[in-house]
Design a protein around this ligand. Structure first.
Ligand code: ZN
Length: 316
């Protein structure tokens, strides 16, 4: 299957809101959390910017640590689990943030902070979310990791990656019917796969991931254009979602905003698929420029997190 380029939305990196701090700080914070979870949770990471309130979590509830790899890509750590989502691709698509060659190498070969990833996920096969060689190498170098994506993505991987025979047992291609849910479980890591269409006129399958881990609930929507009506049968608003990764086009206008508020109802939002701040992206320019778009999103969703640069981290 051909890996086709992306769509009319321009997107790429972000500004930020909330608890965004540097990679080094995040690492330190993670270490502190590991060493003294209860104390760290009540005090918050020492270097968190003052404007950012650290998460107030019940004792024993693990924070969700998020590191931005570009576009819709994130490394998510929660409890004992490390999940890499929409991060294993190559050049990506112009104007969107994509990982540098060095970061790609770290991800594909399992070097820190990408070591010990349990599960890699891809919402669909577009070139700013997936590349067969990147996923194939990742699975070769992470012999216990599993990869989950759509049927179409699995097929693309099987055709384009020469070593597919050796990794195929750890590849899942799951595209449930719309409104239906598929499921993968590994220990207490529970991943529900939702069919969220990538625009009605497109044949590309896009799946969302509803992840339960360590008592926390996370939603990543991928490149969907599902409306409030499309989302309604999934009952997401009753799932007590702690953190939802939402493409920026949902956050700018009334009807789309309502879909997120009413049908997702997440405690916190991470904005994704925004073009890089300096990308001079046509669509973003038509909306008044990157800073204006970011400000508009923050006006509507004050606690939304918008990452500006790769490898920024935040905790939720
Ligand atoms: Zn796409």
């Amino acid at each position: 299957m051909k890996i086709v380029p992306h769509h009319t939305f321009s997107p790429a990196a972000g500004l930020h809101s909330g608890r965004v701090f540097s990679g080094a700080t995040a690492l330190l914070a993670a270490l502190v959390l590991m060493l003294a979870p209860a104390a760290a949770l009540s005090a918050g990471p020492a270097s968190t910017p003052e404007s950012e309130t650290p998460p107030e979590l019940a004792v024993g509830t693990p924070p969700i640590s998020v590191t931005y790899t570009g576009n819709e890509g994130f490394l998510i750590s929660v409890g004992n689990w490390k999940i890499l989502i929409d991060s294993l691709y190559h050049e990506g698509i112009a104007t969107y943030v994509s990982p540098s060659r060095a970061q790609r190498e770290e991800m594909e070969t399992g070097q820190p902070p990408f070591d010990g990833v349990n599960v890699a996920l891809a919402t669909h096969y577009h070139a700013d979310h997936f590349h067969p060689e990147a996923v194939g190498r990742f699975l070769q170098n992470n012999p216990t990791a599993t990869f989950i994506s759509t049927d179409q993505t699995r097929e693309a991987l099987s055709k384009a990656f020469p070593g597919y025979e050796d990794i195929k047992d750890r590849v899942r291609g799951l595209t449930p019917a719309e409104g239906g849910v598929a499921r993968e479980k590994v220990g207490d890591l529970d991943i529900q796969i939702l069919n969220l269409h990538h625009g009605r006129k497109r044949s590309v399958e896009n799946i969302g991931f509803l992840i339960h881990a360590g008592g926390r609930t996370i939603l990543h929507m991928g490149d969907t254009e599902a409306t409030a009506t499309d989302l309604s049968p999934l009952g997401l608003a009753n799932k007590k979602i702690d953190l939802a990764f939402v493409p920026f086009w949902y956050l700018l206008t009334d009807g789309w905003q309502r879909a997120i508020r009413k049908q997702v109802a997440a405690e916190r939002i991470v904005v994704m698929h925004l073009p890089a701040p300096d990308a001079n992206d046509k669509y973003i320019n038509s909306l008044g420029g990157w800073e204006k778009v970011a400000a508009d999103i923050k006006a509507a969703f004050p606690t939304a997190t918008i990452f500006r640069q790769q490898m920024e981290s935040a905790q939720f």
